[in-house]
Design a protein around this ligand. Structure first.
Ligand code: CU
Length: 305
């Protein structure tokens, strides 16, 4: 028992350094993830102190007052001061943890402002996200990206200045975002429940059909953050990975413009092809637009449920 305790304490002592993220939540990507990690460590530290204290007294008593001839420890019963003491002690621990938790929750839940040199979201932000449930940065401005979970991929829709979401830039699997910018996410699912989770960028959020969930992150330095759908959603759940790539705001602007050109060009090419098919003789049975638009990954209804 003693060696087990010692081993546990040793492992916990290492948790903050070399093995960060092993026993404690991953962090370092976004302030909300950092706050979750800090709060976890504070509670863990208090729990370790209580655990070591209680186990220490227990072990000490087991050894000191083990059964021996003529050795009878003090028989304490109905000691009011002792009883009030440990009731107050436990209450104080709980009150401290509650106060610290509620003091830190706003930093986890509420998105902060973008940095002054972040991506200029003032025009974009006024158009999108009209939800009353989504906390807004104090400035009201954030880059809102729509995250759509679908078997078995994440689809991201980036906002632009107009109200038409059908012409918005989109991408799958890799979400590209600007650094120094508050990015709010509107999370939805279009088939079954999924779960959005990039550990270093904050908490886990369910993606549920017919329901919207919201979270945010703000990344200070360019980098890549990996995640994984955290809700068993079917046969290929393990393939449902997600990656957030943060790049400098001006690089993001170029990326967005480039992506828009690619999508416009692909749409124009598809339209041309359809027009050509409609005009000329084709083997229409094999390759009508209707046939092409049938989702390729449609699965039998009895699968995975
Ligand atoms: Cu999933």
């Amino acid at each position: 028992m003693l060696s087990l305790c010692a081993a546990l304490v040793g492992v916990l002592a290492l948790a903050g350094g070399a093995s960060a993220g092993f026993l404690t939540p991953e962090s370092g990507g976004s302030p909300n993830a950092d706050d979750i990690d800090t709060l976890y460590k504070i509670i863990l530290a208090v729990a370790v102190i209580v655990f070591v204290g209680v186990e220490g007294v227990l072990l000490y008593s087991l050894v000191k007052f083990r059964a021996r001839k003529d050795a009878v420890p003090a028989q304490i019963r109905g000691n009011t001061r002792l009883e009030i003491g440990w009731t107050l002690g436990a209450s104080v621990v709980l009150i401290v943890l509650a106060v610290v938790t509620f003091a830190m929750l706003p930093g986890i839940r509420n998105p902060p402002d973008s940095d002054p040199d972040g991506f200029p979201t003032d025009e974009i932000a006024t158009v999108q996200n009209a939800s009353a449930y989504q906390p807004r940065p104090p400035s009201g401005e954030a880059l809102n990206i729509d995250v759509n979970g679908q078997r078995y991929a994440w689809r991201y829709t980036y906002p632009d200045q107009d109200d038409n979401v059908l012409n918005d830039v989109f991408s799958y699997e890799t979400l590209v975002v600007p650094t120094k910018t508050t990015v709010t996410l509107t999370i939805r699912a279009q088939d079954v429940a999924h779960s959005w989770w990039i550990p270093k960028l904050g908490g886990k959020f369910d993606a549920v059909p017919g329901h919207l969930n919201f979270t945010w992150f703000k990344i200070s330095e360019p980098g890549t953050f990996k995640g994984q759908c955290a809700e068993l959603c079917g046969r290929n759940h393990t393939d449902m990975v997600a990656k957030v790539v943060a790049i400098e705001p001006d690089a993001f602007e170029r990326w967005l413009a480039n992506k828009r050109r690619e999508i416009d060009a692909a749409n124009a090419a598809a339209q041309e092809r359809r027009a050509a098919e409609a005009a000329g003789p084709t083997d229409a049975d094999a390759d009508t637009p209707a046939a092409r638009e049938t989702p390729a990954e449609q699965t039998p209804p009895d699968e995975d449920e």
